[in-house]
Design a protein around this ligand. Structure first.
Ligand code: GUN
Length: 281
């Protein structure tokens, strides 16, 4: 069994980006710029945003951090995002989710032009992915693909099963695996025989959000198991996969923490660099 080291791959990706951002700055006389908008004081979001800002600094990306109070109005947030959309120094815009309940998330995200949509959440970017055309892909699923690539796991011709159908992970994950020539099954809460579906997988991606949901009896011998879950249980981080038992059967497996998690920010930074390069070409 090979443990997939997301921390190492993330560090490798960031080191490569540093070279790219330096070259960008030399050629265009400005840094790659990423704006991050946080509304309110959700503690988890504050940690994520802080890590994103630090990631920018380390990768040579100029960050534009904007903190609005929890009671910010719809028009205040829309005006800020629209101003960032018009700013030539900003190549990517990320509005940290979830937003406070009184805000209309869809309307706010609609203020981000597709060219600056570093999260890959827009209908246009998802459409491009569905059509296997160039665009920005959500950070977590593209982080999974980067891990597979760096461990030389080629999905072509393999049976891939994605458990979970969220817009942020499951759906784009399935499309990426399909674009990489896997035969893809997407499972969800209404799947009739989840165990039988999972047991067929050469590549199994768990993105459900339930601790230790994937047990060893659901996994084929020699499968590649990717755990996207981040669940907090008694103050500890636990994945969607029962790591202790499943790791005995898997050929490759991602741990939690230290697997997919560290890849997310690396891919966000990579997306920001890609948006900047597209903006100048
Ligand atoms: N909140 C949790 N994950 C994400 C993410 O990937 N992007 C944004 N914008 N907000 C999030």
């Amino acid at each position: 069994m090979t443990l997939i080291d997301g921390k190492k791959v993330s560090a490798d990706v960031r080191a490569e980006l540093k070279t790219e951002t330096a070259a960008f700055e030399t050629q265009y006389g400005k840094k790659v710029g990423l704006a991050v908008v946080l509304v309110g004081e959700d503690p988890a979001s504050q940690v994520y945003v802080r890590n994103k800002i630090r990631g920018c600094e380390e990768a040579g990306i100029r960050s534009f951090a904007h903190y609005l109070p929890a009671n910010a109005s719809q028009s205040e947030v829309e005006e800020l995002v629209s101003a960032l959309a018009a700013d030539d120094n900003v190549h990517g815009i990320l509005v940290q989710l979830p937003l406070p309940k009184h805000l209309d998330e869809e309307k706010i995200l609609a203020c981000i032009p597709t060219a600056k949509d570093v999260d890959g959440f827009s209908a246009e970017n998802i459409g491009r992915l569905a059509m296997n055309e160039e665009g920005t892909v959500a950070c977590t699923p593209s982080g999974v693909m980067e891990l597979l690539k760096r461990y030389e796991i080629d999905p072509r011709g393999k049976k891939a099963v994605v458990v979970g159908r969220s817009n942020i992970v499951g759906r784009p994950m399935a499309l990426l695996l399909l674009n990489a020539d896997a035969t893809v099954t997407v499972c969800h809460s209404r799947t009739a025989d989840l165990k039988a579906e999972c047991a067929q997988a050469d590549i199994l991606v768990a993105a459900i959000g339930k601790p230790k949901f994937i047990t060893a009896d659901m996994v084929k011998d020699g499968a590649v198991v990717v755990d996207v879950g981040i669940n907090r249980v008694d103050g500890k981080l636990v994945g969607d996969v029962d790591f202790e038992e499943v790791s005995k059967k898997a050929s490759y497996i991602t741990p939690v923490p230290g697997g997919v998690g560290p890849m997310t920010i690396a891919m966000l930074l990579k997306n920001a660099v890609a948006c900047a390069k597209r903006a100048v070409r």
